[in-house]
Design a protein. Sequence first.
Length: 95
Amino acid sequence: MASSSHAEMEPGEILSAAGAERFRRLLRSGVLLRCADRWMALAHPIEDAEMEIEIYCCRDRTSDCWAAEVYYYSLERALVALSEYEMTGNMPEGE
């Protein structure tokens, strides 16, 4: 999960239009995004200008492990999933 840079997002920030746009822009730029111990997201380019988005949720500070790991191939689906997670605490299954 190496990345050239990283950025922090605040809990709930992704729910606003500006936060969602920041999420899209930074992931497209190859930036690792993290929201405290709630979630972390990173995108990898794959063939045909698509991307694979890795999302990790619920970091356990004791073990330093993430409880859930899901993958999406659509930036918009990843955004919808993270928005749902922010609102409900439940992470939808990946693609």
